[in-house]
Design a binder for this molecule. Structure first.
Ligand code: SAH
Length: 259
């Protein structure tokens, strides 16, 4: 595999953590997109239990907490992100309702039917969309919701360069109707889907990265892994600029039904 085709998982976790730690978020998204998705969810009360899976430093979690009742547990594999998550929650005085814990999305510490809402922005790809929908479903109450953002194709066909890139990093990327069908088959009502606006990538994801990349390269001057990591980030942003009419992130909101 060529280095520029490596997935983010293959780089040293510490580099990734160090790079993303000071970013407001670790994937494409925005407060507006989070709130739009939240607008489709109507079952929450002060007693609700919410999980934000692959929460990173909690950019979207804090927005959720400020606009939804209930308690939120954020889960992420990187202890560094969770440390920052909990200090962010403290700064916003949300520590009584918002807690970050270190854990993995393939082994979640919740009981069956415990959760009212599962949230996951730009992270379900780590377990795979269909597997995540299937395995996380048992943790949701009947009538509970799942809201996830996931990379998706906008068209039936696309240029080979972008097709090949996605096949090498995440072959589960699929068209919106196919993702909706997967949601239905997994035992949910597909309530809504919407494409994240371009600014979720450009202003909220790529622009803050561009400034951090220079600093990072300076800090790790001569380090091959660090250079490869930044080369991957830059290639990803360049491909987005070139092919953004063919793919992007889509928010999917679904409701668990009895099966
Ligand atoms: N939701 C955040 C972060 C998205 S980036 C945002 O939108 O800004 C994806 C996140 O998934 C990273 O924080 C990464 O550490 C986390 N992650 C990767 N594999 C994971 C796993 N197996 N379990 C839990 N989190 C994981």
């Amino acid at each position: 595999m060529r280095n520029e085709d490596k997935t983010i998982h293959e780089f040293d976790f510490n580099f990734i953590c160090d790079f993303f730690l000071n970013m407001e978020r670790q994937g494409p998204g925005s407060p507006e997109a989070t709130l739009k998705a939240l607008g489709f969810i109507d079952n929450l009360t002060d007693k609700s239990l919410i999980a934000d899976i692959g929460c990173g430093t909690g950019g979207q979690t804090m927005v959720l907490a400020q606009h939804a009742p209930g308690s939120i547990t954020g889960i992420d594999l990187f202890p560094g992100f969770i440390g920052r998550f909990n200090s962010n929650a403290g700064k916003l005085n949300l520590q009584d309702r918002v807690k970050g814990i270190v854990g993995s999305m393939d082994n979640l510490p919740f009981r069956d039917e415990e959760l009212d809402l599962i949230w996951s922005e730009g992270a379900i790809y780590n377990i795979g969309f269909e597997r995540g929908l299937r395995e996380w479903r048992s943790l949701l109450k009947t009538g509970g919701y799942i809201a996830v953002s996931e990379s998706s194709w906008f068209t039936e066909k696309r240029p080979a360069e972008i097709h090949d890139f996605w096949m090498s990093v995440y072959p589960e990327i699929d068209t919106i109707p196919n993702k909706m069908a997967q949601i239905q088959k997994a035992g949910y009502i597909p309530v809504a889907s919407f494409i994240l606006p371009e600014t979720c990538w450009t202003d909220h994801y790529h622009a803050p990265q561009a400034a951090a990349q220079e600093k990072f390269l300076h800090k790790y001057a001569g380090n091959k892994t660090a250079e490869e990591f930044i080369a991957f980030q830059r290639r990803e942003a360049e491909l987005y600029r070139k092919y953004k009419e063919f793919y992007g992130y889509v928010f999917y909101i679904a409701k668990k039904i009895e099966q």
